[in-house]
Design a protein around this ligand. Structure first.
Ligand code: SAM
Length: 220
């Protein structure tokens, strides 16, 4: 199977299972117009994130890595009216695009966008006393293990941590890799394996974003 076929099937699933969503289409157009890389989650993975929010009955969600807000919008929509999603974006210009998209999706009141490097922002969230039901980690892969460690503090027992890009076209198995993103994600696997605070698994995904995968970790 070719990557074109993976993408075709992904589009087919979206067309045959998910309702048309002009707002999400506009968000992707706005991202492209602003020159953002198309590295947001796919529509089907966005809907999976929303489903996971529902399954853990999420009221409070943490996202690390906002980009234009495509995944944040999926998750925020899955929250009750008094729910809140905190999303962290390091790049101020990117954050402005996301802010406009949150307004476009009528989610300004439900989404709290923090601009800064996640490792600088996360300690403040602990000080503010947040307890999240779900955390989605999708930023610089070099810091994945550190983000999982913060998530162990910030996510309530029984809550879920979802980490994107944990397969990277199979490059994750390369013992000789010197790519900092691969090394960061390999460190995540090593940390998760030893971390008694989590019960974790990971799986491969193919689709419009190629061949990659997600890690799911339940906070014990
Ligand atoms: C893969 S994109 C996020 C995609 C987004 N979750 C979605 O699916 O719509 C990664 C984002 O993380 C941001 N980022 C990179 N390093 C970061 C850091 N140290 N702290 C916070 N955000 C960071 C990047 O600027 C980029 O916008």
């Amino acid at each position: 199977m070719t990557s074109e076929r993976f993408a075709e099937v992904d589009h087919w699933i979206a067309r045959h299972l998910l309702p048309p969503d002009p707002v999400l289409d506009e968000v992707l157009k706005a991202n492209a117009a602003a020159g953002l890389a198309a590295i947001d989650v796919s529509r089907v993975i966005g809907s999976l994130l929303a489903l996971l929010c529902g399954l853990v009955r999420a009221h409070r969600v943490l996202e690390i890595g906002t980009l234009g807000g495509y995944s944040a919008i999926h998750m925020a929509r899955a929250l009750p009216a008094d729910g809140r999603l905190v999303t962290i974006e390091a790049n101020p210009r990117t954050a402005e695009v996301a802010r406009a998209n949150f307004a476009r999706a009528d989610l300004v009141k439900r989404i709290d966008l923090r601009v800064g490097k996640a490792l600088d922002v996360l300690p403040g969230l602990v000080d503010e006393g947040h307890a999240f039901d779900l955390a989605f980690i999708d930023a610089d892969k070099e810091n994945n293990a550190a983000y999982a460690d913060w998530a162990a503090t910030l996510v309530r027992p029984g809550g879920l941590v979802v980490i994107d890009n944990v397969v990277r076209e199979g490059r994750i198995t390369d013992d000789l890799s010197t790519d900092p993103q691969i090394l960061g994600t390999r460190s995540l696997y090593a940390a998760m394996r030893m971390d008694a605070r989590f019960e974790a698994t990971a799986f491969q995904i193919v689709g419009t974003k190629g061949w990659d995968g997600l890690m799911l970790a339940r906070r014990r």
